[in-house]
Design a binder for this molecule. Structure first.
Ligand code: NAI
Length: 329
């Protein structure tokens, strides 16, 4: 069975009411594209600024349980940490009716924070795209990558529904669009592993680079920050990685740079692999999900302390000065 899904039959969703719960980054984008796909979309939201935005955008908006009670397809587009507390109300509102429940991330189901009843189809359409990007690509008729999964196949058609939703939200069936079948846990795992390795390694490298270059070698902090990320060159490189390939984009750099990057990448591989192995096992075993759940229960003391440490660092202070000079703040 191929794990690639390139199209979905949106007509499967015709005549059904789709409730988009949450009108934030993903909710707004997915609701608008589903509506443009000719589907009947309502929004479920608490009484806040997002609700008023959904109303201004012309959606019928209800409280979350009310929206769920009116829907055949329920899109859980609330923040992951909010979903477990809302989910029981959603289940109560849907009751014994047939329903498709869609998640944009596998996290809660994968780590047992939400246990959906067997009587529903439970699917995942997890965009690899921020909401603003979804809308921009939609305006150009372009698709984007999604990871697709099924946790419960009650109707026997859950994969078809997942593909239909992926097409309805503009991901597949358009140029640039691709769906890849994974389990909820695999989706959550690679998402977290990216967040626990690639980005923190880059941040840690920036911090260490900044301290060494400014403290030990007297390089002006502005020069260091521009070199690291403030110039925007890094964003250009990331964009070339997506269009040309991680290695092929190296040809745009000098040969001195190519030699330096490749030789050090292979030199660091073993050290980094150990970090990745360790983080991967903590994620897979659910240790991180437990750590984060406990941290939230405790009122996020460590999270707040980490933010204080980041904001209080020399790098953040110098960044603030530079960005004010450049009119970015
Ligand atoms: P968000 O943070 O933009 O969600 C805002 C919405 O949540 C608003 O409608 C707000 O009214 C509602 N909300 C906030 N607190 C609430 C509470 N206590 N009770 C009820 N409603 C509350 O969420 P985002 O980023 O769109 O994430 C939604 C889902 O999409 C998550 O599962 C996330 O993992 C997934 N996802 C997000 C991506 C992104 O671009 N941000 C990319 C891919 C997946």
């Amino acid at each position: 069975m191929s794990s690639i899904v390139l199209s979905g039959d949106v007509s499967l969703l015709k005549g059904k009411v789709i409730a988009v719960l949450g009108y934030g980054n993903q909710g707004e984008a997915q609701a608008k594209v589903l509506r443009d796909s000719g589907l009947e979309v309502i929004v479920g939201n608490v009484n806040d600024e997002y609700r008023r935005r959904a109303e201004r955008d012309g959606f019928r908006v209800y409280d979350i349980p009310e929206a769920a009670s009116r829907a055949d397809v329920i899109m859980m587009l609330l923040p992951d940490e909010v979903q477990p507390s809302v989910f029981n109300d959603v289940v109560k509102a849907v009751g014994d009716r047939d329903a498709v429940i869609d998640f944009a991330s596998g996290y809660n189901v994968a780590f047992g924070l939400i246990r959906p009843p067997d009587r529903y189809d439970v699917v995942m359409v997890a965009p690899r795209m921020i909401g603003a990007g979804i809308l921009e690509l939609h305006s150009k008729g372009m698709g984007y990558p999604v990871l697709i999964g099924v946790a419960n196949d009650h109707s026997g058609r859950a994969w078809d529904y997942a593909a239909a939703i992926a097409a309805g939200v503009g991901a597949i069936g358009r140029p640039g669009g691709i769906g890849v079948k994974v389990t909820f846990k695999q989706e959550a795992f690679i998402d977290l592993l990216d967040e626990h390795t690639n980005w923190p390694l880059i941040l840690a490298s920036f911090m260490a680079f900044f301290d060494v270059a400014t403290e030990r070698y007297g390089v002006p902090p502005e020069a260091v920050l521009l070199e690291l990320y403030a110039s925007g060159e890094m964003a250009e490189v990331a964009s070339r990685m997506a269009s040309l390939g991680a290695f092929e984009q190296l040809r745009l750099h000098s040969t001195t740079s190519q030699y330096g990057q490749l030789s050090r990448a292979f030199k660091f591989y073993d050290m980094i692999r150990r970090v990745v192995e360790d983080e991967a096992s903590q994620i897979w075993l659910g240790d991180f999900a437990r750590e984060w759940a406990l941290e939230q229960l405790a009122g996020r003391p460590k999270f707040n302390a980490l933010w204080d440490a980041a904001r209080g660092s020399d790098m953040a202070r110098e960044e603030d000065r530079l960005f004010r000079l450049l009119g970015r703040r």
